[in-house]
Ligand binder design. Structure first.
Ligand code: ZN
Length: 318
């Protein structure tokens, strides 16, 4: 009897592995470090040997597994499970699905990590099985996942939903992707800190500058904390970030007409008031018919969204 699906979320520092029940709940989960030596060539064997050990300890037989779903960073060909390029791991044309299916002799499906996180949220998280949904992850970068007509959009060569690389300012900061002024250069954690540094240079006597001088650094948490204490420059950064996000999301929403927009990632932990600020700006820019039907929510599954969504890939495709 098949009872479980393996969901794997491969990140630059850790590989999160979950044995997921057919209803999307987690039976057990653990993680192992990502070995990026030799361009990450041992990642599949590392993960599989850890899985074999765990299945053994839990007395789960391999024939109780429906298959393996994997979320991985970078540009991915979902038909073949080939990773074209994942910069932070060092993969280039890496045959991830093939390696896992050789090791496990199970069906294997691979998709981009931000896309599978959106699937996970939509399966058992804040998405509540919406047919049209936009998920935005605000972390070190800005990730995105889009569900339209009930299916995840991955695109012709695995690049759909790369919301972080929508151009906001053609003359802006240089982005990791090579372009300038992408959404993530402004609204990621890194982007917000960059905004803070620019303001500190212009306002050396400010509370923000004082904080930076005292602690030697500034984080997004500092920015949100200082804003709560009434610091105007910090508030200015948050307002600008919310404005740029609302603007970008309103444009994406015009394309797919979603019922839900989910905000996740580290920066979203700033809480409900930040989400409402983004929503307010979104409503300023969006067609009323688009914004009327659309609900803004904080993502619910946190770090588990990827492994759960990866398991959903198997459920969806078998
Ligand atoms: Zn970019």
């Amino acid at each position: 009897m098949t009872e479980f699906i393996l969901g794997i979320d491969i990140g630059g520092t850790a590989i999160k592995i979950g044995i997921i029940n057919i209803d999307g709940s987690i039976h057990s989960k653990w993680d192992i470090p990502t070995n990026i030596e030799n361009q990450g060539e041992s990642i599949a064997t590392d993960a599989w040997s850890s899985i074999v050990e765990k299945l053994d300890a839990l007395h789960i037989e391999k024939d109780q597994l429906q298959g393996i779903g994997i979320g991985a960073p970078g540009f991915i060909d979902e038909k073949t499970g080939l990773v074209y390029k994942a910069v932070n791991i060092g993969w280039e044309n890496f045959d991830l699905a093939h390696q896992f299916s050789e090791l496990a002799n199970l069906p294997v499906f691979v998709a981009n990590d931000a896309n599978v996180a959106a699937l996970g949220e939509n399966w058992v998280g804040a998405g509540n099985q919406a047919d049209h949904l936009i998920a935005v992850t605000l972390g070190t970068g800005v990730g995105g996942g889009i569900i339209a007509n009930g299916a995840m959009i991955s695109g012709e060569n695995g690049t759909a939903g790369e919301i972080g690389h929508i151009t906001i300012d053609p003359n802006g900061y240089k982005c990791n992707c090579g372009k300038r002024g992408c959404l993530e250069t402004i609204t990621s954690a890194t982007g917000m800190v960059r905004q803070a540094i620019a303001l500190i240079e212009k306002n050396p006597e400010s509370t923000l500058a004082e904080h930076h001088h005292k602690h030697g650094e500034i984080t997004t948490k500092d920015i949100f904390d200082l804003a709560k204490q009434g610091d105007q420059l910090s508030e200015q950064i948050i307002d600008h970030t919310a404005n740029v996000l609302g603007f970008a999301i309103s444009n994406i929403a015009t394309v797919i007409n979603p019922s839900k927009i989910l905000i996740g990632g580290g920066v979203s932990q700033a809480g409900e008031s930040f989400i409402r600020k983004i929503e307010t700006q979104f409503k300023r820019y969006a067609l009323p018919r688009v914004s009327d039907i659309c609900e803004f929510k904080i993502a619910e599954l946190g770090n588990d969204a990827g492994m759960i969504g990866a398991a959903y890939l198997v459920k969806e495709r078998l």
